[in-house]
Design a protein around this ligand. Sequence first.
Ligand code: AQP
Length: 334
Amino acid sequence: MSKKRVLSGIQPTHDSFHLGNYLGALKQWVEFQKDSDAFYCVVDLHALTVETDPKLLEKRTLLSVAQLLAIGLDPKQCTLFIQSHVPAHNQLAWVLECITGFGEAGRMTQFKDKSQKGGTDRTNVGLFTYPILQAADILLYQADFVPVGEDQRQHIELTRDLGQRFNNKYHEVFTIPAPQIIKSLAKINDLQDPNAKMSKSASSMAGVIELLDSSDAIIKKFKSSVTDAGKEIKFDEQGKPGISNLLTIASALSGKTIKDLENEYAGKGYGDFKVQVAEIAVEVINPIRIRTQELMADKAALLQLLKDGADKANQVASKTLADVYTALGLIKNG
Ligand code: AQP
């Protein structure tokens, strides 16, 4: 039986990925590469929806690639590339834009949230069409699965709708992808605001654990995390969102169950527990930071690896795009 195809992407909008990205999505990426045909991309074109200094975007794109390798992606087991190296992403996005309703795109909650936060002056058309470019990213590779966090569920639904719409209207070209969301890890929350998602664009990074944070910074952030009234270390998302978030993080990083952790810390105070979770996090994150720094020292090797990835990605993407153009009645050149 042929391997299932997997596709996912991440934006280079910040120097460092955070623990939410890692546990909600990236850790699954590493698992999927073992027995699927996995395509992973750093979606630099998506990052243009946020105003970024060109030098910074270049640096962040390479840092993103280095971090993905440092967490365990292996270019021998997956295809790792940069979105802008495959022109078919923009070409398919245009086709999909032409079958997307204006109201349909306007209903995307991420667009509503981000445009509200940014205000009319800073909201560009790219932010509005972002989910359609994302649909193109996925459909081009005929992906069966898309490992993502909960915040991406609505975008994957749109991708499925657009793929089905095209297949019904023109020709059966696209595989319809399913989101792969691990419920318990789908939303890692901010340590300072345990009811809000940990996010790269948080107004303060005090509650965001970054993969490139030093050990001291990680310990400090965990120690000052917001917890709840009471003393018991118990999982209760409604009544104890802070402690529940810490338990989720500790469980995902250590491989222990939440029940085991509750038993282990029974009778201990919040202070001790926070330090223990910090130590678990440092143990996982430290090697990622050190490996990222090593990989960043050889830019030529990163660029070569990305070139190889783009060659493989272009082969698959250009075949899908050719099928789409034929289905639409666009005449072949030559
Ligand atoms: N807090 C989170 N918990 C679980 N999963 C998360 N993801 C993001 N935050 C959490 C997942 O990480 C993947 C890559 O994220 P992205 O950079 O493509 O998108 P994003 O959602 O824009 O990431 P951020 O950090 O939330 O950035 P901003 O603040 O700019 O929106 C995705 O699979 C996402 O689900």
